[in-house]
Ligand binder design. Structure first.
Ligand code: ADP
Length: 234
């Protein structure tokens, strides 16, 4: 659709500028990080008095480096993509769960698995994990009071093409239509300072590159389902 084209163009344009900007940001941030350590050691025991401030500085520097790393990964995929391997969706889902355990542990979220996919997909494992972890973390954020996180997979053909679907659904806050329309736009977030708004746009790009699709359905107050469709490995 025209809308997808506009988003694709926007992403491509961002990709071009981003790599340069990201590299430019990395250097001053590294200098800040290094000097923060120096100040801390000069202060010696008195550093404890500014414990909170140091922690905030550490956290914010970490946040900048994370944003820059994600931007670089998006802007220069060929440098970061690595190689493509064969996986069954169930295996990839299993490998994602330890990465979000720290979030699930403190929550009242029940995880349900419903693996039926038997076909293999071909994709870089880190990238597919990045997509699924991003969907799972969003689902967890959508269920602050707890709920059910369902991780399902099944073989499914789309328009005569053989493939698999990986489903990540939550029973959380859901989204109204006007939010749902924008979630794949770069930098769109409803999480203010806590979000970058890059997770879903990057995820969609990574899945599209493998010939797949990433789509979402949502009902406000009821929950959201994300569907990743990937072609079967030939
Ligand atoms: P971020 O999580 O940093 O905001 P994303 O691109 O991952 O960036 O998500 C964009 C927006 O989509 C979120 O800010 C949120 O409003 C919405 N969203 C994503 N996943 C869900 C979900 N499972 N339930 C409700 N809203 C969601």
């Amino acid at each position: 659709t025209t809308r997808q084209l506009i988003v694709a163009e926007k992403l491509a344009a961002i990709g071009e500028i981003t790599a340069g900007v990201a590299h430019e940001i990395n250097n001053p941030v590294a200098v800040m990080q290094g000097n923060l350590e120096v100040v801390r050691s000069i202060m010696g025991e008195r550093a404890a008095e500014a414990q909170t401030e140091f922690r905030l500085l550490d956290e914010q520097i970490h946040r900048i480096t994370q944003i820059v790393a994600r931007l670089l990964q998006f802007a220069k995929p060929e440098e970061y993509a690595g190689y493509v391997e064969l996986h069954t969706p169930g295996d990839v889902i299993s490998d994602c769960l330890p990465l979000v355990e720290h979030l699930l542990g403190k929550s009242h979220i029940e995880v349900r698995r419903d693996d039926h996919a038997t076909r293999f997909v071909s994709m870089n494992k880190t990238e597919l994990q990045q997509v699924l972890v991003n969907l799972i973390v969003n689902a967890i954020h959508a269920m602050p009071e707890g709920g059910v996180l369902t991780l399902a997979s099944r073989d499914e053909d789309v328009r005569g093409r053989s493939g698999v679907v990986i489903e990540v659904s939550d029973t959380g806050i859901g989204m109204p239509e006007d939010v749902l329309r924008k979630i794949f736009d770069p930098f769109f977030t409803t999480k203010r300072d806590a979000g970058t708004g890059l997770g879903l746009s990057i995820s969609q790009t990574l899945i599209s590159r493998q010939g797949g699709t990433l789509t979402a359905n949502s009902v406000p107050g009821r929950g959201t389902t994300f569907l990743v469709w990937l072609p079967e490995a030939s």
